[in-house]
Design a protein around this ligand. Sequence first.
Ligand code: COS
Length: 390
Amino acid sequence: MAVATTSDQGLNFDLPEDLKLLKRSIREFVEKELWPLTNHLEEHDEIPTAALDKMKDMGLFGLPFSEEFGGAGMGELGYCVALEELGRANAAFSNVIGAHCSIGVMALYLDGDKSLKERHMPDLCAGKKLGCFALSEPAAGSDAANIQTAARQDGNSYVLNGVKHFITSGDIADYAAVFAVTDKNLGARGGITAFWVDLNAKGVTRGKIDAKMGLYGSHTCELIFQDATVPADHVIGKVGAGFITAMKTLDMGRLSLGAGCVGGAQILLEKAIAHAKERVQFGKPIAKQQAVQFMLADMATEIYAARNMVYNGAWKADRGERFSIEAAMVKRYCSDMAIRVVDRVLQIHGGMGFMKETGIERAYRDARILAIYEGTNEIQRMIIAEELLK
Ligand code: COS
């Protein structure tokens, strides 16, 4: 599955037919099932169970994973196409799918051994069980190698102690990819191990749901481990290789986060175009004003650039090539683009944009986190610069 293929005719940037179909079906699903829930999410800060069930029925919880483990086999490109469409709804929907597919289950999928995947992935892909990703801690956000959660081997098990925070879907997930220190002296290079942890097991507690600025409907909370026992066969990959698993997983997460940004920005641009054609000032639609036209033109250009970056990065990921620098560029650019777009769209709407009823102020609040989570944009610049200066 490739977005750009070479042939006698040269490069082909057309999406394959199965992905065009996927794109259409998710767009219809979003418009029919998710848009009507916009106000519900804002008012109740929850995705109704019935909507989650429909998302499961759509196969959204297994999209990127191979059919061998119960997934839809859409690969990273197909997943990004789907997330772009999901990004047209409240950000909470793509966030819940992202916590599960992009990073939670992805850590297991990328590095877990076959038997661990065979035991867990079919239910995860079906959405019967939900996953999340537990790396961040109160004292280790950007500096991920400085995590303090410890895992001590005890016979055929590991005993985990520590606190993870800001864990997306930590309240509803059944399992988490948890990163813990197994050798204090080795740090990121051999001292951190990834575990697939049952969050309903003894010794695991979920903290209260955090009160956030936006992203209502998608929750974060602490996960607290107090002598939580994890069987040794639930180590993801090799003991000591967990930091690399976390970084590879975040590469995937940063790519798909970019896809959600593209969809969110695209629908706002469409809203701004419609408003600019309708809103009359000084005797003509504001779309006739060059100041407004320039804003529309800049937004369309940036969305076009962002979409192509995402597709290109996903294409590389599906070819099995390392794409850390592309993922960092995608995350940095697409999130900044999404924040700029929502700001311009609000400006084009004038005072109405500031009113809750247009939904733009919600998108404005929801967008702000994009430059922070899954690695701040400053961290992305560090990753890009380090690669350039190697
Ligand atoms: N893929 C494979 N290996 C990777 C990797 C990647 N994407 N990123 C790093 N590594 C490897 C490095 O190559 C290095 O190994 P070698 O010394 O053998 O080459 C090892 O991992 C340590 O990497 P590095 O020295 O870059 O680690 P740092 O402690 O300097 O941290 C950053 C690197 C800052 C990039 C990392 O801590 C980070 O991404 N922080 C942000 C965390 C984040 O996104 N949190 C969001 C919350 S989770 S949603």
